[in-house]
Design a protein around this ligand. Structure first.
Ligand code: NAI
Ligand code: MG
Length: 361
């Protein structure tokens, strides 16, 4: 069977390039016929042309079935330039208002929570991805004077809050029936009480889901101390961002954590990426862990409706990590990015070749 999906890749900067190559290799191993188109949009492109991507970048991508993004950002270009020049405009142009970040304890990895087992830690973080604290509204005033000050506004719209919270309730209803909302209504006295009120209003529609609302600082501690008490977490753009880096770190590092920027209405392509950035400190050494980007590829397949291929990738990652033979340095091994990618691709191809009807799990 040949799939015929058209997928855009933006490898970007630093290790984004290496880990994306491995994700492509693994996806090709489970699903023949994927049609890849690579876009060389990056900080290098910015230094050459003055823009991270062309003016019509979003239009160029609009016709693809999905986008696989490496990471953007590199020393020499300010982080707000690279972020606002590519990632944030694409998330918004395509209405990818959900940022979905699964956090699991994978077999064979050394976690900060090493006495826990995989069953104790399987969390889905639903991060608002289009508004909130990441806003352009604000500015610097009285610049250069002693009374200089800066304002940075947050934007919480009714539509934006309702749709992300409802999406999280839907996911919670499919999983354990538990949802925790990250708030900070004690310190942030306008936007967070508003977020809480929307959460409480939507909760009434989902009597089967049990809910908690926790201040984000206490929730951060809960994630480390009692991850087994958490299943689905919903948070604003900033809170979701910070909680998912924390969650990734406690499960064994940023090299393992995937994410999806999802347009649930499917009127525009969704975009899949690792949670980590371009890691300039290890860029060019060939030692980045490709697992996060490979799992982002599995999320991409799942989004396209290719559940069997996605499960084969997921299972291949778990099998290879569990043997502990091919691990990158962040996992305590000596393998290269390509070694680990090739091992996962080989195992994924083996699983994908099993006759139809045999669940690779
Ligand atoms: P980072 O995630 O790139 O790196 C943080 C630390 O984790 C580094 O020590 C790095 O070596 C390690 N690390 C990350 N991914 C790894 C992997 N796959 N294997 C092994 N080790 C890994 O975050 P940092 O250093 O704050 O940002 C670097 C650049 O990346 C910045 O320009 C930033 O703006 C950009 N960035 C881009 C993102 C995106 O495109 N979505 C997300 C986060 C950062
Ligand atoms: Mg982040």
């Amino acid at each position: 069977m040949v799939s015929g999906y058209r997928i855009a890749t933006i490898p970007g900067d630093g290790i984004g390039v290496d880990v994306t190559a491995e994700a492509v290799r693994v996806l090709d191993a489970v699903l023949p016929g994927l049609e890849w188109t690579e876009f060389e949009w990056s900080c290098e492109n910015y230094l050459r042309t003055g823009a991270m991507m062309p003016q019509d970048g979003a239009e160029q991508l609009a016709g693809f079935d999905a986008i696989l993004l490496g990471a953007v950002g590199f020393p020499g270009v300010a982080d707000h330039v690279s972020l606002w020049g590519l990632l944030i405009p694409l998330r918004r142009a395509f209405g990818q208002y959900v940022n979905l970040r699964p956090v699991r304890l994978l077999p064979g990895t050394q976690s900060a929570l090493r006495d826990r087992t995989a069953a104790d830690l399987d969390i889905l973080i639903v991060r608002e991805n289009s508004e909130g604290e990441y806003s352009r509204i604000g500015g610097i005033h009285n610049e250069g004077r002693p009374d200089e000050f800066v304002l940075q506004e947050s934007v919480f719209t009714r539509t934006g809050c309702e749709r992300i919270i409802r999406y999280a309730f839907e996911r919670a209803a499919e999983r354990s029936g538990q949802l925790c909302s990250a708030t900070k209504s004690n310190g942030i006295i306008h936007s967070m009480p508003y977020w809480d009120s929307v959460f409480e209003r939507i909760a009434v529609e989902y009597p089967q889901v049990s809910t908690r609302q926790m201040h984000v600082d206490a929730l951060a501690a809960e994630l480390v101390l009692h991850p087994d008490r958490l299943d689905v977490i919903v948070g604003s753009n900033l809170f979701g961002d910070i909680l998912s880096d924390l969650a990734a770190a406690v499960t064994g590092g940023l090299g393992l954590a995937p994410s999806g920027n999802i347009n649930p209405d499917r009127i525009a392509p969704s975009m899949f990426e690792a949670v980590h950035g371009s890691a300039p400190d290890i860029a060019g050494q060939g030692i980045a862990n490709p697992v996060a980007q490979i799992l982002a590829g599995a999320m991409l397949l799942d989004h396209l409706g290719e559940a069997t291929a996605a499960a084969a990738v997921d299972r291949a990652v778990c099998d290879v990590l569990a043997t502990g033979e091919t691990l990158t340095p962040d996992l305590g091994g000596t393998a290269t990015t390509a070694d680990l990618g090739a091992a996962i691709a080989a195992r994924a191809a083996e699983l994908a070749r099993r006759p139809a009807g045999v669940d690779p799990r």
